[in-house]
Design a protein around this ligand. Structure first.
Ligand SMILES: Nc1ncnc2c1ncn2[C@@H]1O[C@H](COP(=O)(O)OP(=O)(O)OP(=O)(O)O)[C@@H](O)[C@H]1O
Ligand SMILES: [Mg+2]
Length: 599
């Protein structure tokens, strides 16, 4: 026995007759098939499931499970469904053949047929390709298209003419079976034209064949046409030849298989058996067509899915870009409001400086004159005068004291205005931050009272080179504001209770300080306005609204920033406000030095 190689077609032969099995085996092995034999249907089933062959050749008459039952079992199993089955029978009666084909066999051959013919039939089955699906419901709904190609009429006189093919009757039978049947006369022109490919191409061509060279040539031309259809990605039609009975038995019909025919039957075959074979061939073509359709659909679905995925990715990228755009826009708006604020401060600074100067001069001599008037009135009291004059002098003195208080307030306001407008003039000095903070808290002690606890968490270096205004005005005003906010929260008469937390740290080249309280906090709508000069919520005469405006300018002069957020101190009374001050610093041997404009 020649060695089995992976490329050899693997065949399982199920044949109980040892002699016949040996005879067939000899031929098949010689022809290059890798053969496994089984003696019964049950044994055959086991071998098939184990070896998964390319083809099964089974006898119809088997002990126990019949060939038809075996074929049915194979067709029921998804794994073995696509293995082609060739049935062998001793009995050529159409009933047996019909049973074999109906059970799912693909082709049928008599045991008495020449072994070469069997080999040719096997090769034709293997040629059909692996995607042989059972016809599903969709395919069953479509009528198969059968074309009967009759020999040309002028051949009628010739010797080999097939006279006994009952063409009309076959057509009728197929038509009753539910096929679409067309009967045409053979001519070489048939090969041309588009009818053999495309959506309406026939499933099976039934060829009436004589013995002339013309018939073989026609078969070859048809086969070439099938190849072309295959190469163009289509499913080629099947061909079945009806050959004159005596020629079929003379075994010279093998050349038709070589010319590409799929199945060959003798002209004296029972009509029913012939119809059965045609149906089997047509159904296999339809099944392949269906499979290809499904494959195209699958590919289209995959493409649609891919397109949808790409679309989703694009949408995601777009959303991402939109988010970045929104973020940039937000930053732009912030930068813009900062610019507006800076410009506002600059122009206000000039205006305020002018007003302060104008007020300061008359204020200076008014205060000086007020002092002179006070001294004059005191001297008048020493002079012996009438009671009435004494009473008037006293009244004048008391009004003068009130005037002095008013003048004092004007003087303080002018001082604030001058500080606000002349920040650039103050120089940078080394400041001991904790000590400066203690001084500020001592100055504010009256405002803080006994109920307000001040906590300090100072982690930044103690010494900082900056404008003293940073601590004297900015920090002091923020602490003073926090004390006011806490006082607003407490009920009348109660001791003000609250907490102020001052924290500092050096981070990423910035000196950061935060001052938080647990007061009522700042509503969002006020946050953009509190840095405006003269913005205050305090009663008239209590606040000037300049504290945070000055703070903003001081921070500007340091190239730093001031912002307000919710404080949310743990265990605090209210949400509270948190003012964050951030100064860029460069580190020197002496410690951090603020890198402001004036530095
Ligand atoms: N810690 C805080 N909690 C609640 N509101 C605050 C706080 N700090 C400031 N504010 C609000 O910001 C406003 C502006 O403060 P700013 O210091 O500029 O002016 P002022 O304190 O009203 O007056 P001035 O400081 O000139 O005496 C205040 O009137 C107050 O409404
Ligand atoms: Mg204030």
């Amino acid at each position: 026995m020649p060695p089995v190689t992976p490329n050899m077609p693997r065949v399982v032969l199920v044949e109980p007759d040892c002699d016949h099995a040996r005879k067939i085996a000899r031929v098949l092995v010689k022809e290059g098939f890798a053969l496994t034999c089984a003696r019964s249907g049950e044994e055959g089933l086991g071998t098939i499931e184990e070896t998964m062959p390319d083809l099964v050749v089974a006898c119809t008459e088997l002990p126990g499970m019949s060939g038809g039952q075996l074929a049915r079992r194979l067709r029921l199993d998804a794994l073995t469904r696509n293995i082609p089955i060739l049935m062998l029978t001793e009995d050529a009666s159409p009933g047996v053949e019909r049973e074999g084909l109906e059970s799912g066999a693909d082709a049928y051959i008599s045991k008495s047929a020449h072994p070469d013919l069997m080999v040719l039939r096997m090769r034709a089955l293997l040629r059909e390709g692996p995607e042989l699906l059972q016809v599903d419901e969709a395919s069953r709904l479509r009528r198969s298209r059968i074309v009967i190609v009759n020999s040309p009429r002028e051949d009628e006189d010739e010797e080999d003419v097939v006279e006994d093919v009952p063409e009309t009757t076959l057509g009728e039978l197929l038509w009753r079976d539910g096929h679409t049947v067309t009967s045409i006369e053979r001519s070489d022109d048939l090969i041309e034209g588009g009818w053999l490919r495309g959506a309406d191409s026939p499933d099976c061509l039934v060829l009436e064949l004589g013995s002339g060279e013309e018939d073989l040539k026609f078969c070859r031309l048809l086969d070439a046409r099938r190849q072309a259809v295959l190469e163009a990605g289509g499913i080629p039609f099947r061909t079945l030849g009806i050959v004159e009975a005596s020629r079929f038995r003379r075994q010279s019909s093998g050349e038709f298989f070589e010319a590409g025919i799929d199945d060959l039957v003798p002209s004296d075959i029972a009509l029913e058996a012939l119809a059965m074979r045609i149906r089997t061939l047509a159904q296999r073509r339809m099944a392949q067509d269906e499979f290809r359709q499904q494959e195209i659909e699958r590919q289209q679905n995959a493409l649609t899915l891919e397109a949808a995925r790409a679309k989703a990715e694009m949408a995601e990228a777009l959303a991402q870009a939109n988010m970045e755009l929104a973020r940039t826009n937000e930053q732009l708006l912030q930068a813009q409001s900062k610019l507006v604020q800076t410009a506002k401060m600059a122009s206000l600074g000039e205006l305020v400086a002018g007003i302060a100067h104008e007020i300061n001069n008359p204020l200076a001599f008014t205060i000086a004159h007020a002092d002179t008037v006070t001294r004059t009135l005191k001297r008048l009291q020493g002079v012996n005068a009438s009671d009435e004059a004494m009473a008037l002098t006293k009244k004048g003195m008391s009004r003068l004291e009130s005037m002095k208080l008013g003048l004092q307030r004007i003087q303080n306001l002018v001082l604030s205005l001058r500080r606000f407008s002349r920040l650039d003039e103050s120089s940078f000095q080394k400041v001991d931050v904790p000590a400066a903070l203690d001084t500020a808290l001592a100055l504010l002690a009256h405002k803080l009272g006994p109920g307000i606890v001040v906590e300090k968490d100072l982690q930044a270096p103690a010494e900082l080179v900056c404008q003293p205004a940073f601590l004297n005005q900015v920090v002091m005003n923020i602490i003073s504001n926090a004390a006011d906010a806490l006082a607003d929260m407490s009920a009348d008469g109660d001791v003000v209770r609250g907490r102020i937390v001052i924290a500092s740290r050096l981070e990423n080249g910035r000196y950061e300080m935060s001052i938080s309280d647990d007061g009522p906090g700042l509503p969002h709508e006020l946050r953009t306005r509190i840095f405006d000069p003269f913005f205050t919520t305090k009663p008239v005469g209590t606040g000037t609204g300049l504290g945070l405006a000055i703070a903003y300018s001081v921070m500007e002069a340091h190239d730093g920033a001031i912002e307000v957020t919710d404080a949310n101190l743990p265990g605090g009374h209210g949400i509270g406000a948190c003012f964050r001050l951030s100064l860029p610093v460069r580190m020197t041997e002496e410690g951090p030095v603020a890198t402001g404009r004036a530095a």
